[in-house]
Design a protein around this ligand. Sequence first.
Ligand code: 5AD
Ligand code: SF4
Length: 493
Amino acid sequence: MTKIGEKSKAMYNEIDLDRIDLNVEPPTEEPARQYYFMAKCREWVRAFEQKNGRRPTASIQTFGCQMNARDSEKLAGILARIGFISQDHEEADLVLYNTCTVRDNANQRVYGRLGYVHSLKKKNPSMLIGLCGCMMQEETVIRKLKESYRFVDLVFGTHNIYKLAELLYARLSGGAPVFDIEKESTRIVETLPVTRQYPYKSGVNIMYGCNNFCSYCIVPYVRGRERSRRPEEILDEIRRLTDDGVVEVMLLGQNVNSYGKTLTEPISFAALLQQVEQIEAVKRIRFMTSHPKDLSDELIETMACSQKICRHLHLPLQSGSSRILTCMNRCYDKEQYLALAEKIRRRIPDISLTTDIIVGFPGETEEDFQETLDVVRRVRYESAFTFLYSKRTGTPAAAMDRQVPKEVAQDRFDRLLSLVQQISRESCCRDTGRVMEALVEGTDSQQEGFVTGRLGNNIMVHFPGPADLVGRIVPVRLLESRGFYYIGRMEEQ
Ligand code: 5AD
Ligand code: SF4
């Protein structure tokens, strides 16, 4: 659930809704046009409040990755400016699902939720149901929604998240369901309101889309071509975030290593990182995700010399078999990947390496799978996300023959998971006894009087401490490893 926020603070460059003339035609330029429609929707909110004696509530349910989580913060920011109040469950006046479609089970979960909200809407017919995000970029999904889910009010995709107010207003004033899907986008609309989920850390989009076309992946089709934001826009946003209390930023992109290549003034990802590092108030920098084929020596060097870039690199492997990697269109082989991982570990010995692995890709044999296990044993990932291959309509892999039977893929998945967990447990204890800095992210729900912190290498540590430590970076002695996390004690500062 994404919090909408009770009041949203007007950030730098935002437009004051009270000063917008609603008697004229809407502006054509952005973001002015969206502020106009926010003001229009706010009139509706006021009328709702007069009629019902309360403000309307909204619930945003987010599926999928960090990019979607960040998009939901933008949706929440817009709804807060309009005047909606956050609701943590789906019994709300507006329910919005920000969907994911990277694997089919994500789609199935959304259809499941729609069945549930439909029953709520039968009891409360004025309820509004909206769907947005990656799944909406698929034509088959849109067809299915139009045919069998007629109670849905609002549908938009990944390229027009920024248009929420305009589309909502169209629904409120027109009565008919609104479908607005853009096939491709070259536009990046800046300076719209955002409600952050955490006061002390934030994701920052540095680029959108992906150009890699890995053969199993639907992302390039639903998120479009790669577009980088200009460094000045990114640095400005980060400065504003730090003015608002953020100490940790996570730079987000499907393939951050190709950042900046298509800008009119090209810049490397490493150079961007160096500029972010210069911002005094930024204490920690993370990024996600790196494609191994584009990971430069300049980046490794920048990380090694940095005081602020966290000792964590997510480096998706996908498969350890060179043959399968070719079929996946990953543009590296097993040896190149192993050499890269070794180079990184040698230059940055305290780095934590994590990965994504798919099992059951079409044509994967037991020998191919053994190659994957071999890479896992050799790289010794601190942790890994493992996925069963999911056939995505329209991707080249969906048309490949020799799809792996479900039971075979499941058996490989189970074996891979147990190896990954065993290595992860062994590597988690490697820092026991050391003092490391942790960003305190919250109070510990399991143990009274404890707080939970995140180490630079992304491992969690629980230690006794007061709630007002939340948002601070403090030194913690790691006393004991408990498998995937530590128990610690705060040190004198
Ligand atoms: N099936 C299974 N896993 C997939 N991923 C992407 N597409 C698929 C698919 N069709 C995984 C990849 C990627 C992660 C975000 O999701 O491992 O790195
Ligand atoms: Fe998908 Fe490959 Fe792009 Fe990642 S790099 S989003 S796996 S196509």
